[in-house]
Design a protein around this ligand. Sequence first.
Ligand SMILES: [Zn+2]
Length: 124
Amino acid sequence: MRLGDTSTSKLKTQIPGPVPALRVFFPTVRELRIELAFDAEYGWEPSKQVHILHPPSRASFRYPCPFAGCSGSFDLDASVRALLQAGRPGVSGSLDCTGVRPFDRSTGKLCGARLHYQVSVLCN
Ligand SMILES: [Zn+2]
């Protein structure tokens, strides 16, 4: 098996075409604020990220792992959709990366980087 094949085909089946705008799915959402923080590791702390989404933004909530070369990403799609459908003001939680970093490719050891996320919604 060639490296990278599985992630490419997985991506294709999950995202069949361009992702529609946020307002298509959730017309009442005015602003979506997604804050991402990662646990420090080996003395390196990935910088925090803040993503602000507006009605014309793509309704895609998948963020790549911040560790160089890692094949993983954090998929907040289900959490964000559940939050918006429930009409609640926010949600927070954490996820572990299930990708593999370049120097672990031979063993297949999982990255395991921990993401802490916080999502807040502003509605009209
Ligand atoms: Zn990772």
